[in-house]
Design a protein around this ligand. Structure first.
Ligand SMILES: *Cc1c(COP(=O)(O)O)cnc(C)c1O
Length: 412
């Protein structure tokens, strides 16, 4: 990989470190993306489709019971869980799908770890009539059978990648390899605000619909902006989406919450922006903070939330951290499960394990804030998908019996 151009930098982060062969297809993508950005009819079509096919604008919910419980700032929740397929990922895939149409391409590929981005991409491909192939580490295919099932039913071909550790990073490499041989008709639908230029900027642009809506909704409903906005940080797309609505509002503090896993001291975490296990480096086509050892080898990452289990992080967020505009915290699995349980019981809302990191980060701080202050939490997705993991974390006996029974039924 060589660096192609001095494009797409955010401070020292970002860039495009791609194989020479992909240059023309990147140039084409950048050109179409920039055209779309300058064309108001593109955004209008995007908003219109998101309102009829997904659930935009997603509402903001006042969490009255949680507010009462913590006796501090008022808690509001931006409901990205109400999107089609249950998370903010719909914003990105539909946006890229519209771009694919404009480019006249007929086939899409994507990488996926936990399978959520794969399901979202396969959904978009079905809707737009595109051929679709999803690359997934063989290990992840085994772990995420329900998502693989839906991708296949949606008409996508799921390729189990058996290289390396058989997880997300191997799937990313394989997707780039496919792209290099099928550039003419194929677009790579990258799943988050990372990767080479223009992906960090482009994905953030599609996700900015969250922040645009949220800012207007706060002003309309509460006649003021929130004091603090919380979002969980995997690759960085939902955080970029909500934060970008408030970048120019200096009174609004933006807080990103990373996956502390089993604790920083155990090494089993995915904390790139506030841990000494991370260093600046180049990986997956861009420059940012990566979890790596002294020799620059990528480390294994861990999180109870599959969507936060990633070794790198958006170069835009890396820059916003260094410039001080966004504060970063982390939450460990145990607090995340507690925050999830409390939110379910108090509000009748089931956040995804990823989103529960944002809730945990906010819960830590709300009691220390004033009653007329407002905290806004971005609920990136719903937790239904996490039923296996959550049931295990709650040590639910009846669930365990149910799984055993199901297994026995298939054995018989
Ligand atoms: C994929 C996912 C994330 C992590 O991705 P970002 O790009 O960091 O937003 C967070 N929440 C949910 C529900 C997800 O599915």
């Amino acid at each position: 990989m060589t660096e192609m151009k001095k494009q797409g930098y955010f401070g020292p982060f970002g860039g495009m470190f791609i194989p020479e062969i992909l240059r023309t297809t990147f140039d084409e993508l950048i050109e179409h993306y920039q055209k779309a950005r300058q064309d108001p009819s593109f955004w209008a079509e995007y908003e219109s489709l998101m309102s009829s096919y997904s659930c935009r604008p997603t509402p903001i919910t006042f969490a009255g019971n949680l507010t009462e419980y913590f006796k501090g700032a008022k808690i509001f929740i931006k409901r990205e869980d109400l999107n089609h397929t249950g998370a903010h990922k719909a914003n990105n895939v539909i946006g890229q799908g519209l771009l694919v149409k404009r480019m006249g391409k007929t086939r899409v590929i994507a990488e996926t770890g936990a399978g959520q981005h794969g399901v979202a991409t396969a959904t978009m491909a079905a809707k737009f009539g595109l051929k679709c192939r999803i690359y997934m580490g063989a290990e992840d295919v085994e772990r995420q059978r329900p998502n693989v099932f839906w991708m296949e039913k949606l008409g996508a071909e799921v390729v189990a990648v058996t290289d390396g550790t058989q997880t997300l990073k191997d799937a990313i490499n394989e997707a780039f390899r496919d792209w290099a041989t099928n550039m003419d008709d194929t677009h790579y639908v990258l799943g988050t605000a990372s990767g080479p230029h223009p992906y960090p900027e482009m994905v953030s642009w599609f996700q900015s619909i969250i922040g645009k809506e949220a800012r207007a909704q706060m002003l309309k409903n509460e006649s003021k902006l929130p004091e603090r906005v919380f979002a969980c940080v995997g690759g960085g797309s939902n955080a970029m989406g909500i934060f970008s609505g408030f970048f120019d509002d200096k009174s609004v503090e933006l807080v990103g919450v990373e996956a502390g896993g089993k604790g920083l001291e155990t090494g089993q975490h995915s904390v790139r922006l506030t841990s000494s296990d991370a260093r600046i480096g180049v990986g997956h086509g861009y420059k940012s903070y990566f979890l790596q050892d002294e020799d620059g080898q990528m480390r294994d990452t861990y999180s109870i939330a599959a969507g936060l289990d990633y070794v790198g992080v958006s170069p835009i967020l890396a820059h916003l951290r260094d410039s001080g505009r966004v504060r970063f915290e982390s939450a460990v699995d145990k607090e995340v499960i507690e925050a999830l349980e409390l939110t379910i019981k108090k509000e009748g809302i089931i956040p995804a394990l990823e989103s529960s990191h944002a809730f945990a980060g906010a819960f830590r701080e709300v009691s220390g804030m004033k009653k007329d202050e407002i905290v806004l939490i971005n609920m990136s997705g719903r937790g239904d998908k996490d039923i296996f993991t959550i049931a295990e974390a709650f040590q639910d006996k009846k669930w365990k019996e149910y799984i055993i029974q199901k297994g026995e039924k298939y054995h018989a």
